[in-house]
Design a protein around this ligand. Structure first.
Ligand SMILES: Cc1cc2nc3c(=O)[nH]c(=O)nc-3n(C[C@H](O)[C@H](O)[C@H](O)COP(=O)(O)OP(=O)(O)OC[C@H]3O[C@@H](n4cnc5c(N)ncnc54)[C@H](O)[C@@H]3O)c2cc1C
Length: 468
């Protein structure tokens, strides 16, 4: 193989593999280095895809058990076969990671197997199996090395009883008692999975609310719904110790306000307190600047402090740690390298929590607008008043549209609903085109659909909803 490239991408997650495909489409000679055995990164191997497979399967199991009979579907023999559920999840992962392999071949991308190390701004060393080293030369490098789970000080993840999300995606048995440390989206999605499959789940969160950074009313409503589903919450509590003894784990925590000490004995603990960027030591040694959280600093063109070295995805100091953000940055970085005008609009990046109901947001929260002194108006519409949601017995949640007071421009939307993750695309598109609430209100929405609630919320901004 000729070892000279136009672009070498390090990391084949959603940021890296998409950047490699786009680079190749643009006629750049491209290689992608990946240290994992399979392509697709965190997202396809141990993130978005396996978690969504388990969320879907556990939701079906729960509904078959508890809700089908209300619809007149009766069955007395619904049983959980966890190993089959896991096998189905693994099959989805294999199919999709193989799909990326196919796309690499189709786009003539050289897949370099091993760990990529940047020796200087035009040289990448790949350390493969048995420590075999090979040197590659390149005009440009895109760092897309992603992130890994973090823990709390003094708590060691063993992936057996004290696990990260990766361990919690592969339990061999349903834990009787599961403690989840961290009430962010990963902790809550996995809490939902195991609660539906039969665990008693307790979430311990340091803050006094779940999902930091989300609109307060959405977070409160979501908490109410999860509580009703039987998930226990210990909010405003700091975990002080987690000790594993034989097959039990003991979690000690204090209440932040009262200092009251509590202890829970459980079978498994999931640590879901955040993720840290994968930044090798050589990155700072060659002069690439990091921010205080040890993420790579980039400019609006995704250039690091070394101009021909770009960085995208979870590893950079911009935007949320989400797969679709990484993908869009991958496309933009490749286009910029090819001389085009790649761009990512960080004001319009949707975020979805795939629980039941789902929670989806895009744009600013009320709290952010208050801080920025921007005057706004709000329209809300509950799914209780939406005919399709009523027919489907899915009446929990609401839509909230926030528009600028003077111009009516949509600044943010949040919704809780069974279809929220799909419905948010309409709002992202509307915001991308600079729509007003009135534009959404005057757009014909099919009946009967959950999306009519979006139209009604937009009409509520002008205080003229029809169905409430
Ligand atoms: C449980 C879970 C659920 C999630 N669910 C969602 C979801 O539903 N939606 C969503 O948008 N996001 C979700 N995420 C987040 C999402 O997975 C990440 O935001 C996304 O994968 C980031 O993409 P990336 O390309 O930046 O990095 P990654 O996907 O982390 O990929 C980086 C790759 O680089 C490789 N690598 C690292 N260093 C080197 C090196 N030196 N040489 C070679 N290879 C290297 C790694 O092995 C890895 O494969 C979830 C994450 C988790 C953990």
């Amino acid at each position: 193989m000729d070892n000279n490239f136009d672009v070498i991408v390090i990391g084949a997650g959603p940021g890296g593999y998409v950047a490699a495909i786009r680079s190749s489409q643009l006629g750049l000679k491209t290689a992608c280095v990946e240290s994992r055995k399979t392509l697709g990164g965190t997202c396809l191997n141990v993130g978005c895809i396996p978690s969504k497979s388990l969320l879907h399967a556990s939701d079906m199991y729960f509904k078959a058990h508890k809700e089908f009979k209300n619809l007149g579907i009766e069955s007395s023999d619904i049983k959980l076969n966890l190993s089959k559920m896991m096998a189905n999840k693994n099959k989805s992962v294999i199919t999709l990671t193989k799909g990326v392999e196919f796309l690499f071949k189709k786009n003539k991308i050289s897949h370099l197997k091993g760990k990529g190390l940047i020796l200087d701004k035009n040289t990448v060393e790949v350390v493969g199996d048995s420590n075999k080293k090979e040197i590659f030369k390149t005009k440009n490098i895109i760092i897309a090395t992603g992130s890994t789970s973090t823990s709390l000080p003094s708590i060691k993840i063993d992936e057996k009883n004290i696990v990260s999300s990766t361990g919690a995606l592969s339990f061999e048995k349903v834990p009787k008692e599961l403690v989840v440390i961290g009430g962010g989206y990963i902790g809550l999605e996995l809490s939902s999975v195991w609660k539906r499959l039969g665990s008693n789940v307790t979430v311990i969160e340091y803050l006094d609310h779940i999902i930091p950074g989300m609109d307060k009313d959405i977070s409160d409503e979501f908490l109410k719904i999860l509580n009703k589903q039987g998930i226990n919450f210990k909010l405003n509590c700091k975990v002080t110790e987690v000790n594993s003894l034989k097959d039990k784990v003991f979690v000690n925590f204090n209440h932040n306000k009262t200092s009251k000490k509590e202890k829970i004995e459980c079978d498994k603990v999931l640590i879901a307190v955040g993720r840290k960027a994968n930044v090798g030591e050589e990155i700072s040694q060659i002069g690439i600047k990091l921010n205080s959280q040890k993420k790579i600093q980039v400019n609006e063109k995704f250039q690091t402090s070394l101009k021909n070295i770009y960085a995208i995805g979870d590893v950079i100091d911009k935007g949320p740690m989400l797969a679709h953000k990484a993908e869009d940055e991958g496309i933009a970085a490749a286009e910029i390298i090819a001389g085009q005008a790649g761009h990512v609009n960080y004001n319009v990046i949707p975020a979805v929590i795939y629980t039941s109901p789902e929670v989806a947001t895009v744009g600013k929260t009320e709290e952010e607008l208050k801080k920025e002194n921007i005057k706004y108006k709000i329209g809300k519409f509950p799914f209780m008043a939406n005919s399709r949601a009523k027919v489907n017995n899915e009446t929990e949640g609401f839509v909230k549209v926030i528009a600028e007071e003077k111009t009516d421009k949509v600044l943010g939307v949040a919704l809780i609903s069974s279809m929220a993750g799909t419905m948010i695309a309409e709002l992202a598109l509307a915001m991308e085109f600079g729509a007003s609430a009135e534009d959404i209100a005057r757009t014909c929405h099919a009946h009967p659909t959950h999306s009519e609630a979006v139209k009604e919320a937009a009409m509520s901004v002008d205080k003229r909803p029809i169905h409430i």
